[in-house]
Design a protein around this ligand. Sequence first.
Ligand code: CP
Ligand code: NVA
Length: 309
Amino acid sequence: MDHLISLYDLTLQEFEDIFSLSEKLKKQVKEGVQHHLLKGKTLGMIFTKSSTRTRVSFEVGMYQLGGYPLFLSANDIQLGRGESIDDTAQVLSRYVDGIMIRTFKQSDVEDLAKYGSVPVINGLTDLMHPCQILADLFTVYEHKGTLKGLKMAYVGDGNNIANSLLHGCAKVGMHISVASPKGFECDKNVVYEAREDAKRSGAQIVLTEDPVEAVTEADVIYTDTWVSMGQEAEKEQRIKTFMPYQVNQELFSKAKEDAIFLHCLPAYRGYEVTEDIIDGSQSVIFDEAENRMHVQKAIMALLMGKHTL
Ligand code: CP
Ligand code: NVA
């Protein structure tokens, strides 16, 4: 593993390595044990979109690993004024030991990795959000004790979260049903890749327009905003289209009795999910948000520290 750009690039072994190091680091940090695996290392963090969780969890995580995080808003660096990704990659590689980037185009993340010489971590693009889904699967594992053979139901927009969720579930052998309205399905190439991995892992992949079909007998129900960053102009239309896909008590009751609820956050109560569900006893959204940090620390240690278990 040289970069984290798409979950499809990772092996099952790499998923397992990330999860076991996450578990260890989480335990140690709660016991007050220091683990300066990246002492003296620097992470450049480029943001061309807003963030609360990704920024803070990477920044604090890097401090906890003994390294230094550098927040680089695209508004303030020359990238935002038209400097090329190629030059940015080569220049930053002379200063920092790793780059995390949140941006629009997946190809910009790929180009950073191609032209730079340090590990690149995808902190969200329009197409994918791999760090989020690693944290999500780790959270499911903590609550359910396993991943293989469970059923994940994702209801809503076939966006970056849904795409990476398809990749992640297919890799670990978790069945996944995605319910999204016509015209808002997951990326075709991602679906193809997930089906390839599913052949090996035994995961069943179901793509449907029917939210009830997706959530029936699910162990995990997941949704995300209907209006992702960059889609603000489509807000009114999207709300109308997605309203039948709201995760509410009626829909949730079709899942298994002990189903858990996930949301990458930020959430918009009353739209993609009702308050009673997201703030209810089966919601694990804050464990999920916390785990972003533990899992990303493991990712950074494995990529930038050449940490071996
Ligand atoms: N879930 C997530 O990536 O949140 P932020 O947009 O706050 O980073
Ligand atoms: N789909 C959302 C995820 C935010 C973490 C977006 O891209 O805005």
